[in-house]
Design a binder for this molecule. Structure first.
Ligand SMILES: C[S@@+](CC[C@H](N)C(=O)[O-])C[C@H]1O[C@@H](n2cnc3c(N)ncnc32)[C@H](O)[C@@H]1O
Length: 244
């Protein structure tokens, strides 16, 4: 399958992304550590800190597009309860080696009840979603009032030097390493998929229109990665604003 000729949209994108992750699933964890130079664990930890999940958090946390469940593992380490949902059976099958609460599903149509999770976290999936607006609407629907969302993904660093190094790494080294260890076309798609990412103001407008508040974007590691954050009004906030 040629992943790089153009960026697919709509159902073509869903099919394409699902196929691609099914194909790379077995080597995904290894490649993830190699291409992030081991920084992915730190980025997940920082994202959970931004989400402000306390240890022993009792409400379920949704790992949206969980893949093989790396965020779930990080959540389990702090004794939080995690549920993972992903489009790709291949990714979930590899995740099953580590945890059980994994469900196949689409972020655009979550198989969860309204107000049923305390927080939503997601790693490296924003650019892979077919319909980001629908995913954010679903995240808002399933979040309990007062719940927070944090979506981690790659970014374009600001410093010229870091941007140059990042470009060489993602455009040349990553497809080469991907070809050696897994699937070259899939890993050549990675830098191109950055084109799907929303800018800060686009994300904020989208989140605000859906009903989220405190929508913001934070960078980690000099902008190598970014986190899109937003929260759902708590019942107290809603009561306060109706009395204003
Ligand atoms: C780059 S992987 C990230 C996996 C994991 N979250 C991590 O941090 O390593 C992207 C994941 O998003 C999933 N995905 C893509 N589009 C999706 C959608 N519309 N709904 C649910 N999962 C989706 C893919 O199947 C894949 O497992």
């Amino acid at each position: 399958m040629n992943y790089i000729s153009s960026l697919p949209q709509g159902n073509d994108k869903t099919f394409f992304v699902q196929q691609m992750f099914n194909e790379v699933a077995e080597k995904y964890d290894l490649l993830n550590s190699v291409i992030s130079l081991g920084l992915d664990t730190y980025w997940r930890k920082r994202t959970l800190e931004m989400l402000m999940i306390p240890s022993n958090y009792k409400k379920p946390v949704l790992d949206l597009a969980c893949g093989t469940g790396d965020f779930m593992e990080a959540l389990i380490k702090i004794n939080a309860t995690a549920v993972g949902i992903d489009l790709s059976m291949g990714m979930l099958r590899n995740g099953k080696k580590r945890q059980n609460d994994l469900i196949q599903g689409k972020g655009e149509m979550l198989p969860l009840k309204d107000n049923s999770v305390g927080a939503v976290v997601s790693g490296f999936a924003v650019r892979n979603f077919t319909d980001l607006k629908a995913v954010l609407e679903e995240a808002f629907r399933v979040l309990m009032p007062g719940g927070r969302m944090a979506l981690l993904d790659v970014a374009q660093p600001n410093s010229k030097l870091l941007k140059l190094a990042n470009g060489i790494w993602f455009n040349h080294a990553v497809p080469f390493i991907g070809g050696l260890l897994s699937n070259k076309n899939a890993y050549a798609y990675l830098p191109k998929s950055v084109g799907y990412l929303p800018g800060e103001s686009e994300f904020k407008e989208l989140a605000k229109a859906i009903g989220f508040h405190h929508a913001l974007r934070r960078e980690i590691s000099g902008g190598l990665v970014q986190v899109f954050l937003a929260s759902k009004h708590s019942e107290d906030d809603t009561q306060k604003s109706s009395h204003d």
